[in-house]
Design a protein around this ligand. Sequence first.
Ligand code: HAM
Length: 426
Amino acid sequence: MKIQSVKGTRDFYPQEMAVRNWIIDGWKKVSLRNGFEEYDGPIFEYLKMFQIKSGEEIAEQLFSLTDRGGRELALRPEMTPTLARMVNQRINSLPRPIKWFSVPRLFRAERPQKGRLREFFQWNIDIIGEDSVLADAEVIFTTIDYLREAGLTSDDIVLKISSRKMLAAILGEIGVPQKNLDSLYAVLDKKNKLPPETFEKMLNEHLPNSAMADKVRQFMELEDIQQVADKFGNREDVSEYLELMAYLDQMGIGAYCRFDPSVVRGLAYYTGIVFEVYDKASELRAIGGGGRYDNLLKDFGGPAIPATGMGMGDCVLEILLREKGLLKKQLPKVMWDYFVAYVDDDYKDKAVEVTMKLRSSGFSANFSYKSAKLGKQLKQASESNAGKCVIIGEEFKDNKLVIKDMATSQQSTINVDEFFSKLDLD
Ligand code: HAM
């Protein structure tokens, strides 16, 4: 029986694993330099935790199970509920503000498509305990800091910003009943993901009349913050956005960011500034997104503590980096410090011994299981980007080795003891 891999999952052969590691190493490096500390939680949690506040869409996409003790569990579809639970659990002993990052493996039973899978990795950065817009700006800066580190520029990506506070207030002014807001957000979030007729139909289903739907659409199509101010007045949420933009300009990333009221976010818990990063050509799904969620800790039974954060998956990011040729250019090659070649089987044991001694001294070293022709072994060494080749042959009878520098092709003969005693100096 031939067993297939499960739909929406990936196998990471060494080549793919190298890409995954490179992406995750970049996320970790940038998190640390921006002052975030790493945390993690369990891969499964109580099912109800993901049903409370994430919203219908996530709840429908859960991989859930009942354990042998009858507990209803789910594989985590996102990290934010786990973070809220963990912070609440130790709220009195954790120094604030909390600036944490994590790279969880997540699971969502979505329809697999370009950039969306059922199992993926997601970089999370969150700041808890700080209500100023400077914290939102820092989350956005860290997001762009990574994307720039990966080689993307403002010609490749755009970070679209809006405000849930502004949206909620304007929807209220338009006359949308408060109780409809949560389900309406999920619809509005789909504006740029669905064909216009389908969106239109869903919007009409969620609103009492088409005049209201027209007004909502008009707001979402505004192009800059001035238009909001002109149409809806100079309001607190407009000045909050302007304050954020001033910080982003000061931080040197203003060129990456722009106002876009069609950004809503699919998750139900956002309360303030929200944002999403896209490829500039708008051909792919969102690379990442986040925003402020000031009520989540309270909703999870903790104190009212403000929070803001961001999640970025590895799938769309990888597609974009590949399209831009940035993976090929930057992916570190396999590199061995030494390749130990031997001229015939008589020297095989010695080659094994020298290899193990090199490894025990902290160098990466490899050898061939079969005594292939020396030329073939040297080719293997060069294909593996070995820095140096140790050649074991006739000279070994006089306790000597030949060392070939693979970059310069220069060869020298050296006494075995001297070679090992000089290793640390190389
Ligand atoms: P989200 O918008 O659901 O937010 O996901 C953030 C990012 O995760 C997406 O933009 C995408 O890159 C990636 N992602 C989501 N679903 C999939 C999927 N099925 N396959 C591949 N990648 C996917 C959140 O999850 C929030 N918890 C983020 C957050 C953290 N907000 C505040 N702190």
